[in-house]
Write a protein that binds this ligand. Structure first.
Ligand SMILES: Cc1ncc(COP(=O)(O)O)c(C=O)c1O
Length: 391
């Protein structure tokens, strides 16, 4: 039985990117606009809010389904995070979004969840009409397109978190599409020791994958471990830093076409299996042209049980997001809580081999409680997702 890591692990091949000639113009074609490298997506968002002059007394509208790392940069510039309702696919309720814009609102953040484009043209129109900035959060959407345009090219500016899609030790990207915006240049960098530690951490994923075993599949079944991990990742404070030189080199030597090609092929393969499951359905129908998926989002009832079953089978699934920020009132935004309790994200990254994806596609089917060969996962009919659950 293989072990499938949730993100692309650092292999020797990927590391050799440090010494390779940068892809330069090829990469530039996948990152339009002016870009500034930061150490993380949240630092890039801090830089963006600062360049927009957003501060005390201002409000920034965020989707109610999100993680702390989107809220903390708003708080760091002393602005007030306020929230708008999302549907059961994580996309905004446009009429409600329009209704919650107030004189103090300076910007709307639109998250392209899992790399699938949100209604960015509509939100841009709305922002233009109300005279506020549109910030595209492309933390999940590196190299993803809507039609023939890259995500991140529609708003006033965008942020990315390239370490989520690529095996980098760190990295955040601020892209400005408005010539008037001046991004601050971060001066501090992570220490060499911190970068080495992060490289080692990502390399462990490669060792675990080749050993076909990881202690994480056991540890992540413990709620307190997940809570602790969440606090150290999503909940970590914004540190205003530049990216490490290693990440900058590795990013520059990335071949985007390969990343997009692998992710799309893996996604399409798994989608076929997910479509046949009685215990889950895909969050998004199909795989629109141009989308570079971060993972395959599935909607399940009794999510924790299915996460445990997948972990027990060596599949390191992610939950986006098991914990919502304290600022989100789930009585006011029940759909955000609905998503929080039901989403699992299957890995589709470029670090997976086709035979591992093939194995996962078959494994998903054998987990089906309606099959005799199912593992020890039992479920009542009431837990099965119904067609009416679709957002
Ligand atoms: C949607 C979204 N935006 C921004 C961020 C922040 O990125 P980083 O972790 O690189 O700071 C995250 C991180 O999880 C995210 O999921």
């Amino acid at each position: 039985m293989p072990y499938l890591p949730p993100d692309p692990p650092l292999t020797l091949g990927a590391l050799s990117g440090i010494t390779l000639r940068p892809a330069g113009p090829r990469l530039a074609a996948w990152l339009p606009g002016r870009t500034t490298l930061f150490g993380s997506g949240r630092a890039a968002l801090w830089g963006l809010l600062s360049s927009l002059g957003i501060g005390a007394g201002d409000e920034v509208l965020l989707p109610a389904y999100l993680c702390e790392s989107v809220v903390s940069p708003v708080v760091a510039v002393q602005a007030r995070p306020t929230f708008y309702a999302v549907r059961r696919d994580g996309r905004p309720e446009l009429a409600e979004l329009n209704a919650v814009i107030r004189p103090a609102t300076r910007a709307v953040v639109l998250i392209h969840f899992l790399g699938f484009p949100g209604p960015v043209r509509e939100v841009r129109q709305l922002c233009e009409a109300r005279g506020i900035a549109l910030i595209e959060d492309c933390a999940h959407g590196l190299f993803s397109r809507l039609g023939d345009r890259l995500l991140g090219s529609f708003g006033s500016a965008a942020i990315f978190s390239p370490w989520k899609s690529l095996p980098l030790p760190d990295g955040g990207l601020l892209q400005t599409n408005d010539a008037r915006l001046r991004a601050p240049t971060p001066r501090a960098r992570a220490s060499a020791a911190a970068t080495l530690a992060r490289l080692a951490y990502r390399a462990v994923g490669a060792l675990e994958a080749s050993a076909g075993w990881s202690p994480r599949t056991w540890l992540l079944r413990r709620p307190w471990v997940r809570r602790d991990l969440h606090g150290r990742t999503s909940g970590a404070a914004v540190r205003i830093r530049a990216s490490s030189a290693v990440s900058a080199r590795m990013l520059a030597s990335t071949v985007p076409e390969q990343v997009v090609g692998h992710r799309r092929a893996h996604y399409a393969h798994l989608l076929d299996s997910v479509g046949r499951l009685s215990w889950a359905r895909p969050l998004y129908e199909g795989l629109p042209e141009g989308v570079c998926p971060l993972g395959l989002g599935i909607v399940v009832e009794n999510r924790d049980r299915w996460r445990d079953a997948l972990l027990a089978n060596g599949v390191n699934v992610r939950t986006y997001w098991e914990h919502l920020p304290a600022e989100v009132d789930t009585d006011q935004f029940p759909e955000a809580a609905w998503l929080r309790d039901r989403i699992l994200v299957l890995p589709v990254h470029q670090g997976l081999r086709s035979r591992e994806v093939e194995w996962l596609a078959r494994r998903l089917l054998t987990l089906d409680p309606t099959r005799r060969s199912s593992v020890s996962v039992r479920r009542t009919a009431a837990e099965r997702p119904t067609p009416t659950d679709k957002g």
